[in-house]
Ligand binder design. Structure first.
Ligand code: SAJ
Length: 441
Protein backbone atom coordinates (compact mmCIF):
# COMPACT_ATOMS: atom_id res chain seq x y z
CA UNK A 1 0.00 0.00 0.00
CA UNK A 2 1.36 3.46 -0.86
CA UNK A 3 2.65 5.54 1.99
CA UNK A 4 0.36 8.35 0.92
CA UNK A 5 -2.73 6.14 1.17
CA UNK A 6 -1.56 4.68 4.48
CA UNK A 7 -0.97 8.11 5.95
CA UNK A 8 -4.44 9.30 4.95
CA UNK A 9 -6.02 6.11 6.34
CA UNK A 10 -4.34 6.78 9.66
CA UNK A 11 -5.59 10.36 9.68
CA UNK A 12 -9.14 9.20 8.98
CA UNK A 13 -9.20 6.46 11.60
CA UNK A 14 -7.66 8.74 14.23
CA UNK A 15 -10.03 11.52 13.19
CA UNK A 16 -6.99 13.75 12.66
CA UNK A 17 -7.94 14.33 9.01
CA UNK A 18 -8.93 17.95 8.35
CA UNK A 19 -12.27 17.99 6.50
CA UNK A 20 -13.57 20.77 4.26
CA UNK A 21 -17.21 20.58 3.12
CA UNK A 22 -17.92 22.80 0.12
CA UNK A 23 -21.55 23.96 -0.03
CA UNK A 24 -23.24 24.43 3.33
CA UNK A 25 -26.83 23.76 2.35
CA UNK A 26 -29.32 21.05 3.31
CA UNK A 27 -26.69 18.40 2.44
CA UNK A 28 -23.39 20.02 3.42
CA UNK A 29 -24.28 21.42 6.83
CA UNK A 30 -25.76 18.17 8.25
CA UNK A 31 -22.72 16.27 6.91
CA UNK A 32 -20.30 18.82 8.41
CA UNK A 33 -22.06 18.56 11.79
CA UNK A 34 -21.91 14.74 11.73
CA UNK A 35 -18.19 14.76 10.90
CA UNK A 36 -17.44 17.37 13.56
CA UNK A 37 -19.45 15.36 16.11
CA UNK A 38 -17.25 12.36 15.23
CA UNK A 39 -14.18 14.38 16.16
CA UNK A 40 -12.96 15.64 12.79
CA UNK A 41 -11.89 19.25 12.43
CA UNK A 42 -14.43 20.51 9.90
CA UNK A 43 -14.46 23.73 7.90
CA UNK A 44 -17.50 24.67 5.85
CA UNK A 45 -16.68 26.52 2.64
CA UNK A 46 -19.52 28.52 1.13
CA UNK A 47 -19.73 31.51 -1.22
CA UNK A 48 -22.64 32.90 0.82
CA UNK A 49 -20.98 35.15 3.41
CA UNK A 50 -24.23 35.35 5.41
CA UNK A 51 -24.22 31.54 5.82
CA UNK A 52 -20.52 31.66 6.77
CA UNK A 53 -21.23 34.29 9.41
CA UNK A 54 -24.22 32.37 10.81
CA UNK A 55 -22.18 29.18 11.13
CA UNK A 56 -19.29 30.98 12.87
CA UNK A 57 -21.83 32.51 15.26
CA UNK A 58 -23.20 29.00 15.94
CA UNK A 59 -26.53 29.90 14.34
CA UNK A 60 -28.24 26.99 12.58
CA UNK A 61 -30.36 27.53 9.47
CA UNK A 62 -31.15 23.97 8.41
CA UNK A 63 -34.29 22.42 9.94
CA UNK A 64 -32.76 18.93 10.10
CA UNK A 65 -29.73 20.11 12.14
CA UNK A 66 -29.88 20.45 15.94
CA UNK A 67 -29.34 24.07 17.01
CA UNK A 68 -27.69 23.00 20.28
CA UNK A 69 -25.37 20.48 18.62
CA UNK A 70 -24.20 23.01 16.08
CA UNK A 71 -23.71 25.74 18.71
CA UNK A 72 -21.63 23.32 20.82
CA UNK A 73 -19.46 22.22 17.88
CA UNK A 74 -18.73 25.78 16.84
CA UNK A 75 -17.97 26.82 20.42
CA UNK A 76 -15.57 23.87 20.75
CA UNK A 77 -13.81 24.92 17.56
CA UNK A 78 -14.58 21.63 15.80
CA UNK A 79 -16.78 23.38 13.24
CA UNK A 80 -16.16 26.68 11.50
CA UNK A 81 -16.81 28.25 8.11
CA UNK A 82 -15.16 30.43 5.52
CA UNK A 83 -15.72 31.77 2.02
CA UNK A 84 -12.06 31.39 1.07
CA UNK A 85 -10.63 28.48 -0.91
CA UNK A 86 -7.38 28.94 1.03
CA UNK A 87 -9.08 26.70 3.63
CA UNK A 88 -8.13 23.84 1.26
CA UNK A 89 -4.43 24.28 1.99
CA UNK A 90 -4.69 22.11 5.09
CA UNK A 91 -7.57 19.94 3.89
CA UNK A 92 -7.06 16.19 3.86
CA UNK A 93 -10.65 15.46 2.81
CA UNK A 94 -12.81 17.67 0.59
CA UNK A 95 -16.53 16.94 0.19
CA UNK A 96 -18.43 18.74 -2.59
CA UNK A 97 -22.11 19.40 -1.79
CA UNK A 98 -23.05 22.21 -4.17
CA UNK A 99 -26.32 22.56 -6.10
CA UNK A 100 -26.87 20.97 -9.51
CA UNK A 101 -29.88 22.85 -10.91
CA UNK A 102 -31.29 23.03 -14.43
CA UNK A 103 -30.98 25.83 -16.96
CA UNK A 104 -34.19 27.57 -18.07
CA UNK A 105 -34.63 25.01 -20.86
CA UNK A 106 -34.12 22.12 -18.47
CA UNK A 107 -30.54 21.18 -19.36
CA UNK A 108 -28.11 20.25 -16.56
CA UNK A 109 -26.24 23.16 -15.01
CA UNK A 110 -23.06 21.75 -13.42
CA UNK A 111 -21.37 25.13 -13.31
CA UNK A 112 -21.24 25.07 -9.50
CA UNK A 113 -19.40 21.73 -9.57
CA UNK A 114 -17.00 22.97 -12.25
CA UNK A 115 -16.25 26.18 -10.36
CA UNK A 116 -15.53 24.17 -7.22
CA UNK A 117 -13.24 21.78 -9.09
CA UNK A 118 -11.33 24.75 -10.50
CA UNK A 119 -10.96 26.04 -6.94
CA UNK A 120 -9.80 22.70 -5.58
CA UNK A 121 -7.13 22.16 -8.21
CA UNK A 122 -5.38 25.35 -7.10
CA UNK A 123 -4.69 23.72 -3.72
CA UNK A 124 -4.55 20.06 -4.79
CA UNK A 125 -1.64 18.20 -3.21
CA UNK A 126 -0.68 14.57 -2.59
CA UNK A 127 -2.65 12.92 0.18
CA UNK A 128 -6.06 14.51 -0.41
CA UNK A 129 -9.40 12.66 -0.81
CA UNK A 130 -12.11 14.45 -2.79
CA UNK A 131 -15.69 13.15 -2.82
CA UNK A 132 -18.53 14.58 -4.91
CA UNK A 133 -22.03 14.27 -3.36
CA UNK A 134 -24.10 16.51 -5.62
CA UNK A 135 -26.67 14.72 -7.74
CA UNK A 136 -25.46 14.68 -11.35
CA UNK A 137 -25.48 12.67 -14.58
CA UNK A 138 -23.35 9.50 -14.90
CA UNK A 139 -19.83 10.41 -16.10
CA UNK A 140 -19.47 13.73 -14.26
CA UNK A 141 -16.86 12.54 -11.74
CA UNK A 142 -14.60 10.78 -14.24
CA UNK A 143 -15.11 12.97 -17.30
CA UNK A 144 -15.53 16.45 -15.77
CA UNK A 145 -13.96 16.52 -12.31
CA UNK A 146 -11.03 14.12 -12.86
CA UNK A 147 -9.62 15.92 -15.94
CA UNK A 148 -9.76 19.22 -14.06
CA UNK A 149 -7.83 17.77 -11.13
CA UNK A 150 -5.34 15.89 -13.32
CA UNK A 151 -3.92 19.09 -14.83
CA UNK A 152 -1.40 19.35 -12.00
CA UNK A 153 0.18 16.07 -13.01
CA UNK A 154 -0.88 14.32 -9.80
CA UNK A 155 -2.28 10.80 -10.30
CA UNK A 156 -5.69 9.73 -9.03
CA UNK A 157 -5.48 6.68 -6.79
CA UNK A 158 -1.82 7.30 -6.12
CA UNK A 159 -1.29 10.96 -5.20
CA UNK A 160 -4.88 12.06 -4.60
CA UNK A 161 -8.12 10.12 -4.31
CA UNK A 162 -11.47 10.83 -5.99
CA UNK A 163 -14.89 9.25 -5.41
CA UNK A 164 -18.60 9.88 -5.93
CA UNK A 165 -21.06 9.29 -3.09
CA UNK A 166 -24.58 10.64 -3.66
CA UNK A 167 -26.36 12.56 -0.93
CA UNK A 168 -29.62 10.90 0.12
CA UNK A 169 -31.00 13.58 2.40
CA UNK A 170 -34.78 13.59 2.69
CA UNK A 171 -35.58 17.08 4.00
CA UNK A 172 -37.98 16.98 6.94
CA UNK A 173 -37.66 13.22 7.43
CA UNK A 174 -37.69 12.75 11.20
CA UNK A 175 -36.44 9.14 11.03
CA UNK A 176 -33.76 8.97 8.34
CA UNK A 177 -30.78 11.33 8.55
CA UNK A 178 -27.19 11.68 7.37
CA UNK A 179 -26.09 9.09 9.97
CA UNK A 180 -28.53 6.22 9.42
CA UNK A 181 -29.16 6.43 5.67
CA UNK A 182 -27.04 3.87 3.78
CA UNK A 183 -24.34 5.51 1.65
CA UNK A 184 -23.37 4.41 -1.87
CA UNK A 185 -19.70 5.01 -2.81
CA UNK A 186 -17.94 4.66 -6.18
CA UNK A 187 -14.19 5.30 -6.46
CA UNK A 188 -12.14 6.27 -9.53
CA UNK A 189 -9.68 3.53 -8.48
CA UNK A 190 -9.82 0.76 -5.85
CA UNK A 191 -7.61 2.89 -3.59
CA UNK A 192 -10.01 5.82 -3.98
CA UNK A 193 -12.93 3.53 -3.10
CA UNK A 194 -11.16 2.18 0.00
CA UNK A 195 -10.41 5.59 1.39
CA UNK A 196 -13.82 7.07 0.62
CA UNK A 197 -15.59 4.11 2.25
CA UNK A 198 -13.31 4.38 5.28
CA UNK A 199 -14.09 8.09 5.61
CA UNK A 200 -17.87 7.62 5.40
CA UNK A 201 -17.79 4.60 7.73
CA UNK A 202 -16.59 6.89 10.54
CA UNK A 203 -20.11 8.38 10.81
CA UNK A 204 -22.52 6.33 8.68
CA UNK A 205 -23.73 2.92 9.80
CA UNK A 206 -24.01 1.34 6.33
CA UNK A 207 -21.60 2.15 3.46
CA UNK A 208 -22.09 0.29 0.18
CA UNK A 209 -19.19 0.24 -2.31
CA UNK A 210 -20.04 0.02 -6.02
CA UNK A 211 -17.75 -0.64 -8.98
CA UNK A 212 -17.44 2.91 -10.32
CA UNK A 213 -18.46 6.55 -9.83
CA UNK A 214 -20.79 6.17 -12.83
CA UNK A 215 -22.70 3.38 -11.09
CA UNK A 216 -23.05 5.58 -8.00
CA UNK A 217 -24.12 8.57 -10.10
CA UNK A 218 -26.68 6.50 -12.00
CA UNK A 219 -27.99 4.96 -8.75
CA UNK A 220 -28.86 8.37 -7.36
CA UNK A 221 -30.53 9.67 -10.51
CA UNK A 222 -32.43 6.39 -10.79
CA UNK A 223 -33.71 6.72 -7.20
CA UNK A 224 -35.17 10.15 -7.84
CA UNK A 225 -36.43 9.30 -11.33
CA UNK A 226 -38.20 6.31 -9.80
CA UNK A 227 -40.08 8.74 -7.55
CA UNK A 228 -40.88 11.13 -10.38
CA UNK A 229 -42.30 8.32 -12.55
CA UNK A 230 -44.40 6.84 -9.74
CA UNK A 231 -45.72 10.22 -8.65
CA UNK A 232 -46.60 10.90 -12.30
CA UNK A 233 -48.47 7.59 -12.45
CA UNK A 234 -50.62 8.45 -9.44
CA UNK A 235 -51.17 11.97 -10.79
CA UNK A 236 -52.37 10.55 -14.10
CA UNK A 237 -54.69 8.14 -12.24
CA UNK A 238 -55.94 11.16 -10.25
CA UNK A 239 -56.90 13.02 -13.43
CA UNK A 240 -58.55 9.93 -14.91
CA UNK A 241 -60.47 9.18 -11.68
CA UNK A 242 -61.75 12.75 -11.69
CA UNK A 243 -63.06 12.23 -15.20
CA UNK A 244 -64.66 8.92 -14.15
CA UNK A 245 -66.12 10.21 -10.88
CA UNK A 246 -63.99 7.83 -8.79
CA UNK A 247 -62.28 8.93 -5.51
CA UNK A 248 -58.57 8.52 -6.29
CA UNK A 249 -57.65 8.78 -2.59
CA UNK A 250 -59.85 5.80 -1.80
CA UNK A 251 -58.22 3.88 -4.68
CA UNK A 252 -54.69 4.69 -3.45
CA UNK A 253 -55.52 3.71 0.14
CA UNK A 254 -57.15 0.48 -1.05
CA UNK A 255 -54.13 -0.39 -3.22
CA UNK A 256 -51.88 0.28 -0.23
CA UNK A 257 -53.44 -2.68 1.56
CA UNK A 258 -51.55 -5.01 -0.78
CA UNK A 259 -48.64 -6.22 1.39
CA UNK A 260 -46.29 -6.71 -1.57
CA UNK A 261 -45.54 -5.34 -5.01
CA UNK A 262 -46.66 -1.76 -4.50
CA UNK A 263 -45.23 1.36 -2.86
CA UNK A 264 -47.74 4.09 -2.02
CA UNK A 265 -47.45 7.46 -3.70
CA UNK A 266 -50.06 10.18 -3.41
CA UNK A 267 -51.50 12.54 -6.00
CA UNK A 268 -50.62 16.17 -5.48
CA UNK A 269 -50.42 19.63 -7.05
CA UNK A 270 -47.14 18.78 -8.83
CA UNK A 271 -43.63 17.95 -7.66
CA UNK A 272 -41.25 20.45 -6.12
CA UNK A 273 -37.86 20.45 -4.46
CA UNK A 274 -34.28 20.45 -5.63
CA UNK A 275 -34.42 16.79 -6.68
CA UNK A 276 -37.53 15.16 -8.09
CA UNK A 277 -38.38 17.84 -10.69
CA UNK A 278 -34.69 18.26 -11.56
CA UNK A 279 -32.67 15.04 -11.43
CA UNK A 280 -34.60 13.07 -14.10
CA UNK A 281 -33.71 15.77 -16.65
CA UNK A 282 -30.02 15.13 -15.96
CA UNK A 283 -30.58 11.59 -17.24
CA UNK A 284 -32.77 12.73 -20.16
CA UNK A 285 -30.02 15.09 -21.30
CA UNK A 286 -27.19 12.53 -20.95
CA UNK A 287 -29.19 9.78 -22.71
CA UNK A 288 -29.36 11.90 -25.91
CA UNK A 289 -25.58 11.43 -26.22
CA UNK A 290 -26.35 7.71 -26.71
CA UNK A 291 -29.19 8.26 -29.21
CA UNK A 292 -31.56 7.14 -26.49
CA UNK A 293 -35.00 8.74 -25.95
CA UNK A 294 -36.02 8.46 -22.29
CA UNK A 295 -39.69 8.81 -23.23
CA UNK A 296 -41.14 7.45 -19.97
CA UNK A 297 -38.94 9.75 -17.87
CA UNK A 298 -39.76 12.83 -19.93
CA UNK A 299 -43.46 12.00 -19.95
CA UNK A 300 -43.46 11.68 -16.14
CA UNK A 301 -42.02 15.18 -15.85
CA UNK A 302 -44.72 16.47 -18.21
CA UNK A 303 -47.53 14.76 -16.26
CA UNK A 304 -46.28 16.11 -12.94
CA UNK A 305 -46.25 19.59 -14.45
CA UNK A 306 -49.80 19.07 -15.77
CA UNK A 307 -50.94 18.28 -12.22
CA UNK A 308 -50.44 21.96 -11.39
CA UNK A 309 -52.63 23.03 -14.33
CA UNK A 310 -55.19 20.44 -13.24
CA UNK A 311 -55.39 22.08 -9.79
CA UNK A 312 -56.22 25.39 -11.49
CA UNK A 313 -59.06 23.63 -13.34
CA UNK A 314 -60.37 22.30 -10.00
CA UNK A 315 -60.34 25.83 -8.58
CA UNK A 316 -62.19 27.03 -11.69
CA UNK A 317 -64.82 24.29 -11.32
CA UNK A 318 -65.23 24.92 -7.58
CA UNK A 319 -65.77 28.66 -8.12
CA UNK A 320 -68.09 27.87 -11.00
CA UNK A 321 -70.26 25.82 -8.63
CA UNK A 322 -70.78 29.10 -6.75
CA UNK A 323 -71.47 31.01 -9.98
CA UNK A 324 -68.06 32.69 -9.66
CA UNK A 325 -64.98 32.69 -11.87
CA UNK A 326 -61.25 32.89 -11.29
CA UNK A 327 -61.10 36.36 -12.79
CA UNK A 328 -61.65 38.73 -9.88
CA UNK A 329 -61.74 35.96 -7.25
CA UNK A 330 -59.78 36.34 -4.01
CA UNK A 331 -57.97 33.05 -3.38
CA UNK A 332 -56.21 32.23 -0.08
CA UNK A 333 -53.47 29.65 -0.57
CA UNK A 334 -52.49 27.51 2.42
CA UNK A 335 -48.91 26.19 2.23
CA UNK A 336 -46.44 27.19 -0.49
CA UNK A 337 -43.31 25.17 0.55
CA UNK A 338 -42.60 22.29 -1.83
CA UNK A 339 -43.73 19.75 0.78
CA UNK A 340 -45.16 19.68 4.29
CA UNK A 341 -43.36 20.86 7.43
CA UNK A 342 -40.29 22.23 5.68
CA UNK A 343 -39.18 25.76 4.79
CA UNK A 344 -37.98 25.16 1.21
CA UNK A 345 -39.71 26.87 -1.71
CA UNK A 346 -37.49 25.61 -4.54
CA UNK A 347 -39.44 24.44 -7.60
CA UNK A 348 -42.57 24.41 -5.46
CA UNK A 349 -45.71 23.74 -7.54
CA UNK A 350 -47.34 26.53 -5.53
CA UNK A 351 -45.27 29.05 -7.49
CA UNK A 352 -46.57 27.73 -10.82
CA UNK A 353 -50.17 27.58 -9.57
CA UNK A 354 -50.03 31.12 -8.13
CA UNK A 355 -48.62 32.46 -11.41
CA UNK A 356 -51.36 30.80 -13.49
CA UNK A 357 -54.15 32.00 -11.18
CA UNK A 358 -52.77 35.55 -11.17
CA UNK A 359 -52.56 35.49 -14.95
CA UNK A 360 -56.24 34.48 -15.02
CA UNK A 361 -57.14 37.51 -12.93
CA UNK A 362 -57.28 36.11 -9.39
CA UNK A 363 -56.08 38.06 -6.36
CA UNK A 364 -53.77 35.75 -4.40
CA UNK A 365 -52.93 35.85 -0.71
CA UNK A 366 -51.11 33.02 1.07
CA UNK A 367 -50.36 31.69 4.52
CA UNK A 368 -47.34 29.47 5.18
CA UNK A 369 -45.79 29.34 8.68
CA UNK A 370 -42.46 28.30 7.16
CA UNK A 371 -42.27 30.78 4.28
CA UNK A 372 -42.56 34.44 5.46
CA UNK A 373 -42.31 35.84 1.93
CA UNK A 374 -41.86 34.82 -1.68
CA UNK A 375 -40.89 36.43 -4.96
CA UNK A 376 -42.72 35.72 -8.22
CA UNK A 377 -40.79 36.29 -11.44
CA UNK A 378 -43.46 37.46 -13.85
CA UNK A 379 -43.52 40.42 -16.24
CA UNK A 380 -42.24 42.28 -13.21
CA UNK A 381 -40.94 40.94 -9.90
CA UNK A 382 -43.81 40.46 -7.47
CA UNK A 383 -43.28 39.98 -3.74
CA UNK A 384 -45.93 38.33 -1.55
CA UNK A 385 -45.84 37.98 2.25
CA UNK A 386 -47.44 35.25 4.31
CA UNK A 387 -50.70 36.49 5.87
CA UNK A 388 -51.68 35.74 9.45
CA UNK A 389 -54.35 33.05 9.24
CA UNK A 390 -57.48 34.63 10.75
CA UNK A 391 -61.16 33.80 10.54
CA UNK A 392 -61.73 37.03 8.59
CA UNK A 393 -58.95 36.24 6.10
CA UNK A 394 -60.49 32.82 5.50
CA UNK A 395 -64.12 33.92 5.21
CA UNK A 396 -63.22 36.89 3.00
CA UNK A 397 -61.67 34.57 0.40
CA UNK A 398 -63.80 33.25 -2.45
CA UNK A 399 -61.77 30.04 -2.26
CA UNK A 400 -59.17 28.53 0.10
CA UNK A 401 -56.65 26.39 -1.85
CA UNK A 402 -54.64 23.90 0.24
CA UNK A 403 -51.42 23.26 -1.70
CA UNK A 404 -49.02 22.17 1.08
CA UNK A 405 -50.43 20.41 4.13
CA UNK A 406 -48.30 21.73 6.97
CA UNK A 407 -49.20 19.88 10.19
CA UNK A 408 -49.54 23.08 12.24
CA UNK A 409 -52.72 24.29 10.51
CA UNK A 410 -56.20 23.43 11.89
CA UNK A 411 -57.93 22.49 8.64
CA UNK A 412 -61.24 21.76 10.32
CA UNK A 413 -61.36 25.33 11.65
CA UNK A 414 -60.36 26.61 8.19
CA UNK A 415 -63.17 24.68 6.47
CA UNK A 416 -65.68 25.89 9.04
CA UNK A 417 -65.04 29.52 8.09
CA UNK A 418 -64.26 29.13 4.41
CA UNK A 419 -66.76 29.76 1.61
CA UNK A 420 -65.09 27.14 -0.57
CA UNK A 421 -62.08 24.81 -0.15
CA UNK A 422 -59.95 23.04 -2.78
CA UNK A 423 -57.83 20.37 -1.08
CA UNK A 424 -54.85 19.01 -3.06
CA UNK A 425 -53.48 16.88 -0.18
CA UNK A 426 -56.58 15.08 1.13
CA UNK A 427 -56.23 16.68 4.57
CA UNK A 428 -60.04 17.01 4.70
CA UNK A 429 -60.68 13.31 4.01
CA UNK A 430 -62.33 12.58 7.40
CA UNK A 431 -64.27 15.83 7.68
CA UNK A 432 -68.04 15.30 8.01
CA UNK A 433 -69.09 18.92 8.45
CA UNK A 434 -68.45 21.43 5.62
CA UNK A 435 -68.33 18.62 3.07
CA UNK A 436 -70.53 20.56 0.65
CA UNK A 437 -67.88 23.27 0.25
CA UNK A 438 -64.84 21.01 -0.05
CA UNK A 439 -63.42 19.94 -3.42
CA UNK A 440 -60.56 17.41 -3.41
CA UNK A 441 -58.33 16.74 -6.41
N1 SAJ B 1 -44.79 14.19 -3.79
C1 SAJ B 1 -46.04 13.82 -4.27
N2 SAJ B 1 -46.50 12.57 -4.03
C2 SAJ B 1 -45.76 11.66 -3.32
C3 SAJ B 1 -44.48 12.03 -2.86
C4 SAJ B 1 -44.01 13.30 -3.11
O1 SAJ B 1 -46.74 14.63 -4.90
O2 SAJ B 1 -46.25 10.54 -3.11
C5 SAJ B 1 -44.28 15.52 -4.07
C6 SAJ B 1 -43.96 16.31 -2.81
O3 SAJ B 1 -45.09 17.04 -2.39
C7 SAJ B 1 -42.83 17.24 -3.28
C8 SAJ B 1 -42.13 16.42 -4.34
O4 SAJ B 1 -43.03 15.38 -4.74
O5 SAJ B 1 -43.34 18.41 -3.87
C9 SAJ B 1 -40.81 15.83 -3.88
O6 SAJ B 1 -41.03 15.19 -2.62
P1 SAJ B 1 -40.01 14.03 -2.17
O7 SAJ B 1 -40.13 13.80 -0.72
O8 SAJ B 1 -40.18 12.86 -3.04
O9 SAJ B 1 -38.60 14.65 -2.55
P2 SAJ B 1 -37.56 15.51 -1.72
O10 SAJ B 1 -36.84 16.27 -2.76
O11 SAJ B 1 -38.08 16.25 -0.56
O12 SAJ B 1 -36.65 14.43 -1.02
C10 SAJ B 1 -36.16 13.48 -1.89
C11 SAJ B 1 -35.96 12.21 -1.10
N3 SAJ B 1 -37.28 11.73 -0.75
C12 SAJ B 1 -37.56 10.49 -0.38
O13 SAJ B 1 -36.80 9.57 -0.60
C13 SAJ B 1 -38.84 10.26 0.36
C14 SAJ B 1 -35.12 11.40 -1.96
O14 SAJ B 1 -35.73 11.24 -3.21
C15 SAJ B 1 -33.78 12.02 -2.07
O15 SAJ B 1 -32.96 11.42 -1.08
C16 SAJ B 1 -33.77 13.51 -1.86
O16 SAJ B 1 -34.93 14.00 -2.44
C17 SAJ B 1 -32.59 14.10 -2.55
O17 SAJ B 1 -32.00 14.99 -1.95
O18 SAJ B 1 -32.26 13.68 -3.63
Amino acid sequence: MSEIKQALEQKIVSRQAAVVVIGMGYVGLPLAVEKAKAGFQVTGLDCDSQRVQMINEGKNYILDVSDDEMRRLVASGKLSATDSYSALVGADIIVICVPTPLTTNRDPDISFIETVADGIVRYLRPGQLITLESTTYPGTTEKVILPKLAVKGLKAGQDFFLAYSPERVDPGNRHYNTRNTPKIVGGVTPQCLDLACLFYRQTISKVIPVSSPAVAEMTKVFENTYRSVNIALVNEIMMLCDRMGIDVWEVVDAAATKPFGIQTFYPGPGVGGHCIPVDPYYLVWKAREYDFDTRLIELSGHINLQASYYVVEKVRDALNSRHKCINGAKILILGVAYKKDIDDLRESPALKIISILRRLGATIVYHDPYIPSLILEEQSTVALSSKILTQDEISASDCVLIITDHSSIDYSWVCRHAQLVVDTRNVTKDFRESREKIYRI
